[in-house]
Design a binder for this molecule. Structure first.
Ligand code: MG
Length: 228
């Protein structure tokens, strides 16, 4: 196969991410349940709070922590506030110190791909946080460039294409999120590879819309070697 540029997502594509956030949320939900709040209700309020806070504070543990605290305190009321605040702070500290587990087959597949193609990591989030995860992962050397962006939208993909002189017909965005990896990349004229992850964050769900590029759906990161 001719040399391609492979843009590769990080969270829940190279390593586990969202399940750690889900675990933290589940803990908080269980703190609110004795006060009479159903888990689905708490989750709905949290999602709304997150959507709002992301506009201002972006993605990452800091923004998530703010949303979680806001949601829990609003529901629990003043009486429960001091204890709740302390417990949430401990949970967030735990979340921040996690070394993400690398997904199955990722290092050897990246080695295979990096020998044949140009690899660029494209992740969204808080720059220091994403850079630290990449460093801990030991996967950095496989990538010729790293892009940590505030939001993966069509204009951001256009910028990346321009900056790295990418030939769109020979470039693929690879990731687990229809909303951030697949739809905007296809809309920007890139090809895309969707690798579903069962623990993908609710806010990343979307129906896949076709664009001008090609779309592949593969069951695992490992299976990329059958296509590239
Ligand atoms: Mg992802």
């Amino acid at each position: 196969m001719a040399k391609c540029t492979l843009l590769v997502d990080a969270d829940d594509t190279l390593w586990e991410n969202n399940r750690y956030f889900e675990r933290t949320i589940a803990e908080c939900v269980s703190l609110l349940e004795p006060l009479g709040y159903a888990p689905e209700y708490v989750r709905r309020i949290l999602n709304e709070t997150e959507r709002r806070n992301i506009q201002q504070y972006g993605y990452g543990v800091g923004s998530f922590g703010r949303s979680l605290e806001e949601t829990c305190l609003a529901l629990a009321g003043a009486l429960a506030a001091p204890q709740l605040r302390e417990r949430i702070a401990a949970l967030l500290q735990e979340l921040e110190s996690i070394t993400p587990v690398i997904l199955d087959g990722v290092p050897e597949t990246l080695a295979y791909l990096a020998a044949r193609h140009r690899l660029i990591l494209v992740t969204k989030g808080e720059p220091a946080e994403q850079a630290a995860k990449l460093q801990k992962s030991g996967l950095q050397a496989f990538f010729q460039a790293v892009e940590i962006v505030p939001e993966k939208d069509v204009s951001e993909y256009h910028r990346i294409v321009k900056q790295h002189r990418i030939v769109k017909s020979r470039a693929w965005m690879i990731g687990n999120s229809p909303r951030s990896d697949i739809n905007p990349a296809l809309a920007a004229g890139l090809n895309a590879v969707f690798i579903p992850h069962p623990a993908t964050w609710e806010l990343e769900h979307a129906e896949i819309r076709s664009g001008s590029g090609r779309l592949l759906v593969v069951p695992s990161f490992r299976s990329l070697r059958h296509h590239f």
